[in-house]
Design a protein around this ligand. Structure first.
Ligand code: SF4
Length: 307
């Protein structure tokens, strides 16, 4: 595989007394070269934390991550960071409003001379469908949300990374431009043979863009496999409730089951989904299910225990 590992991530929040939030716990995941892995889940499922960890913006407190066969350590993290980029939901939060577009896009190119910088900015703006002469001297406030997300994508790909984490890159945009940005991301992934982890809560977007889909619930990976298979025959009760409750193809959002996503400070014992699961059995509250392999699909549910 291309990127993978086994790790738990802990975030510490200090309010009245220190509490430990396990934003992700024991995630065992592999991402393959040139694939688009869609990562879906409700808010609070840990998908953004997972994206930040894989984009090397946060360190897991336990476990290890391998990038192209090499374990990520403090020694090689700078080299790996050049090959990994993240695009966020809201472009204006990741773009400095006081900088001109040229400087925003060129910012990651530190040790490059001015002539080459201009050439590369020009090329990358072309890649994202923007005209260099039209945008390079403008400020972010002079561009639309869709144009700004194109700028954020241009800045992410200018260093020629091989892995992009895309965190809900279309959900803050007007519906009319969401499809354009999605198609642009598909085109760039194919042309540059990139690997994506595409985080979304929109099941139709996940289906459209992904080769495989992973489902997160309360910091745990519950199911992962081929995108079409997961959508047409979800096996984990949580995935079933997300997908089967979509009444029509025009409905776009995930429709989570009744009940709250559990607290990550004090998560339920055993299977974290057991308080909301219609199929919960005795074992479910006592013992955590491992990821069972079901014809190439991985599903963390005792119902799938073949032994
Ligand atoms: Fe439901 Fe048990 Fe499967 Fe968890 S392990 S999803 S509680 S049946």
């Amino acid at each position: 595989y291309f990127l993978g590992g086994k790790y738990g991530v802990f975030e510490k929040l200090f309010r009245e007394k220190p509490v430990i939030v396990k934003a992700l716990d024991g995630i065992d995941l592999e991402i393959y070269h040139n694939e688009v892995l869609g990562m879906v889940g409700e808010s609070g499922s840990g998908k953004t934390t997972l994206g930040r960890v894989l984009a090397t913006l946060e360190n897991p407190t336990e476990g290890e991550i391998y990038f192209e066969g090499e374990k990520i350590t403090q020694k090689n993290i700078d080299k790996i960071r050049k090959q990994v980029q993240m695009v966020f939901q809201n472009p204006s939060s990741s773009i400095d409003p006081r900088m001109r577009i040229f400087d925003i896009v060129a910012e990651p190119l530190r040790k490059v001379n001015e002539t080459e910088k201009r050439e590369r900015v020009k090329k990358v703006l072309e890649d994202v469908g923007l005209d260099y002469d039209y945008v390079s001297n403008k400020y972010p406030r002079e561009l639309s949300g869709g144009q700004l997300q194109r700028i954020a994508i241009a800045r992410a790909i200018i260093t020629e990374p091989i892995f992009l984490v895309l965190d809900e890159p279309t959900s803050a945009l007007d519906v009319s431009v969401q499809a354009q940005i999605l198609n642009l991301l598909v085109k760039i992934q194919k042309e540059k043979e990139l690997t994506y982890m595409f985080i979304t809560h929109n099941i139709n977007v996940a289906r459209y863009i992904s080769d495989r889909i992973g489902v997160l619930y309360a910091g745990k990976l519950t199911e992962i496999g081929n995108a079409e298979d997961i959508i047409s025959s979800p096996k984990h009760p949580y995935t079933q409730s997300l997908i089967n409750s979509i009444p029509s193809l025009t409905r776009r959002e995930l429709n989570p089951p009744k009940g709250e996503v559990p607290s990550l400070i004090n998560p339920p014992t055993g299977c974290r989904f057991h308080p909301r699961c219609p199929f919960a059995m005795d074992i479910c509250s006592k013992k955590e299910p491992p990821l069972f392999d079901v014809n190439g699909r991985k599903v963390a549910c005792w119902l799938l225990n073949q032994q």
